[in-house]
Write a protein that binds this ligand. Structure first.
Ligand code: GRF
Length: 209
């Protein structure tokens, strides 16, 4: 590929297994993006350790140190902007973001969510899928809009819900797919193959989903 690689900042809140999938993909020489920083709203989480091991800059912007959501988001925005990213990825980032933050990163902010959106926005998606008798479940990567777990869908992965599944078993099946689709979406973005057309995402000029 010609030209510079897309600069990516990843936001995490915990374990960071999706972050790890991005780190691993970034080690391929043909990868069209580079991970320039990982920012966590919680100190001492495994996601930060994963980044440090991979020699990626880390920062903590602890939401508890700020008077409210606006102040936290302003500090977070400033930390991200310092890295001048072309794309910001929410990978298990567990804070609701303000419209001002989302507007600032419009069109370059994506999220991974563990359900087949628009089904099951919010928390406890696996438990809710089982309780609701779903036969199919999965994960979605989408551009972030100001409505929680909404916004144009880039890619989804489906898994079956099997008899006897508990939330942990189903979560593990979904997580494996998350690790596949999130790096793929980032690559598509980095390769300039995605566009937003109203509420839809276009991949190579055609509806992505
Ligand atoms: C993932 O299931 C993600 O979809 C959800 O939180 C979980 C984070 O896992 N938003 P990890 O931190 O990437 O391991």
């Amino acid at each position: 590929m010609s030209g510079e690689k897309l600069r990516v900042v990843v936001l995490v809140s915990g374990r960071g297994s999706n972050l790890q999938a991005i780190i691993d993909d970034g080690t391929h020489p043909d990868c069209p993006f580079e991970l320039c920083a990982v920012i966590s709203n919680r100190p001492q989480v495994a996601g930060l350790e994963r980044a440090q091991k991979a020699h990626i800059s880390t920062r903590v912007v602890d939401h508890k140190s700020y008077a409210g959501r606006e102040q936290f988001d302003a500090a977070l925005k400033e930390s991200i902007d310092a890295y001048q990213p072309g794309l910001v990825v929410l990978a298990g980032f567990m804070r609701i973001l303000t419209p001002a933050f989302i507007d600032h990163f419009h069109g370059r902010l994506i999220n991974i969510h563990p359900s087949l959106l628009p089904e099951f926005p919010g928390l406890d998606t696996h438990q809710r899928a089982i309780a609701g008798g779903a036969v199919e479940h999965g994960a979605s990567v989408h551009f972030v809009s100001s409505i929680l777990d909404s916004g144009p869908l880039i890619i989804q992965a489906r898994v079956p819900v099997l008899a006897g599944d508990d939330a942990a078993a189903l979560a593990a099946r979904v997580l494996e797919q998350e690790h596949r689709i999130l790096p793929r979406a980032i690559r598509w973005f980095a390769e300039g193959r995605l566009a937003i057309d109203d509420d839809r995402v276009l991949l190579d000029g055609k509806a992505a989903l």
